[in-house]
Design a protein around this ligand. Sequence first.
Ligand code: ASP
Length: 329
Amino acid sequence: MSLPPNPRWALVCHGGAGTIPRGRLTPEQEAAYRAALGDAANAGAEVLREGGAAMDAVEATVRLLEDDPLFNAGRGAAFTAEGRNELDASIMDGATLAAGAVAGVSTTRHPISAARAVIDGSDHVLLGGEGADAFARAQGLEQVAPGHFFTEARWASLERALGKLGLPIPPRPHGVGVDARAALAHDEGKRGTVGCVALDRRGNVAAGTSTGGTTAKRWGRVGDSPLIGAGTYAANTAAAVSCTGAGEYFIRLGVAQRICALVEHAGLSLQQAADRVVHEDLSGLGGEGGVIAVDPHGRMAWSFNTDGMYRARIAEREPLTVSIYKDEA
Ligand code: ASP
């Protein structure tokens, strides 16, 4: 694929896909979600507008979404059946195919930055559990008490899920604070994730994804979000993709890499490739979720088979678009 000499910059971000039919969110909730997605997209766009790297834009956008209790990533993450937050994240540089990821971190405030540090600070791609937190600490990344990630909305989701499973309710984590904004969080089902894909002026694409995983997950369950090829993939020869949805299906299909392969080897447009994988492969297997993508020409795409997906896009010479529902642009 030949790259345009001066590609326009472009960025797409998401805050998860799920059960978000029109009328479910209150006007206040809807306004809060739209504002948060717009702010996150604008933060990454600012990096790209100034000539910054796609990797930096992705990290900046995801960090904001991780700090926002509305989304299931960082603060606001879903709880495990034991009442813990075990966070997963990954990031990939389309220029070099360098990739970093962490799974099951519980004290690192920004899992996306830990994932990025794996690229420069280790010889590995994926670090897990306490070792990943220890690595992040050694890299100088901010550590927080477990209560930092706590929100009442996710705890209520956990209690409902444990009730259905007939499992006991664990004690609340230590150091839980009160966060008025968190009261606006909406429960889209058992899931949620945040992610971002970007193209910079040098023609490099990057993708990043961060999540708390699924509510009431057990046994060290890890979803697609920290798995390169499944939840995240980026290659300048194809595109950058970040996924959200029922992780087990995304892992089995290798969704992010599969979309890139269809673009690179089968000549599909980015939108065609995203739609085929989501509406044929994923739906065919019985999985639910969505994807966002950008290619080195600045073409942006999103595709999902759920009622809604929190999403935003912005590019050079293209204003910010923020959407939630299926019937929106
Ligand atoms: N993909 C995430 C996981 O399975 C959850 C989500 O995106 O909704 O952990």
